[in-house]
Write a protein that binds this ligand. Structure first.
Ligand code: ZN
Length: 143
């Protein structure tokens, strides 16, 4: 992982083939002291694990996509869950048939490169478990 932090705090991040995406971003947030940030990226992912939330069962249905996929877009955020950096992101991918598919992002390794912008937000956005939804969700202003 290579990154550059501008004087205003914005980060440009480059990950290379084989690096674990979630672990690297959460590690970066921890080391840089980010309490919240917007994350966007393009590149390629290897064996991405995607999810779709089942509101009735309150579980994620997970799917592993074998092989390397073009990452058309990753949009997400970093916030704090139990006091630790947590990445919540969704991805749009395409394969050799150029068809797009996507979902909630669990994990992947970088397939070729991953180019990210990380825009820190100064106010902490802690996540707290919501029994109704079955998920930890943002509570802006709920420090
Ligand atoms: Zn999600």
């Amino acid at each position: 992982m290579k990154f550059h932090r501008e004087t205003d705090g914005r980060l440009v991040v480059s990950l290379t083939r084989g690096e674990p995406v979630r672990a690297r971003l959460e590690q970066l947030a921890l080391e840089q002291g980010l309490v919240a940030a917007q994350v966007s990226a393009i590149g390629a992912l290897d064996e991405p694990v995607l999810g779709c939330w089942d509101l009735e069962q309150k579980i994620y249905h997970k799917k592993v996509l074998p092989g390397v996929w073009e990452l058309l877009s990753l949009q997400g955020n970093l916030s704090l869950l139990d006091g630790k950096p947590f990445l919540h992101a969704h991805v749009l991918l395409s394969g050799s048939d150029y068809q797009a598919l996507g979902g909630h992002f669990f994990e992947a390794r970088v397939g070729v490169v991953l180019e990210l912008f990380v825009l820190p937000y100064p106010t902490s956005l802690p996540r707290r478990f919501c029994p109704e939804l079955g998920l930890p969700r943002w509570e802006p202003g709920g420090n």
